[in-house]
Design a binder for this molecule. Structure first.
Ligand code: 5GP
Ligand code: ZN
Length: 119
């Protein structure tokens, strides 16, 4: 059995489980997080299964760039007119729960809580 057979995000890509999609093209899909941390919270993922940033190499360079450039476009479309936060959790230490690479895009009308250093 391949890693992607049981991958929840691959299942969303294959439309085996539903998701609130906000964008799709030949390389990428984006959909709302099932457990949003803020009024805007969506995930940008590649259609190809790659477990995490640690599993990426130069063959992923193009799709990684495309994912990152989509973040501001989609964030603005979703109502983030004054900024947003992007997060990529990687591996156990990074707190990654779903092992299919994804960028979180999180936004709100008000300032998000500090993540790295306390305000
Ligand atoms: P991670 O901790 O791996 O960076 O984040 C995984 C994210 O995927 C979590 O924010 C979680 O709420 C979201 N998630 C997990 N399962 C599903 C699902 O079936 N559908 C959607 N839309 N989001 C999911
Ligand atoms: Zn996958």
């Amino acid at each position: 059995m391949d890693e992607q057979d049981n991958c929840i995000f691959c299942k969303i890509i294959r439309e085996e489980i539903p998701a609130q999609k906000i964008y799709e093209d030949d390389d990428i899909i984006a959909f709302n997080d099932i457990n949003p941390a803020a009024p805007v919270h969506f995930l940008i993922i590649p259609r190809i299964h790659v477990a995490s940033l640690l599993a990426c190499d130069e063959t992923h360079q193009q799709v990684l760039g495309k994912m990152l450039l989509l973040a501001p476009t989609l964030a603005k479309e979703q109502g983030c007119t004054d900024g947003f936060r992007t997060i990529i959790n990687t591996g156990r230490v990074g707190g990654q729960e779903v092992y299919h690479l994804h960028i979180h895009v999180i936004g709100s009308k008000t300032r998000l809580p500090a993540m790295i250093h306390k305000d």
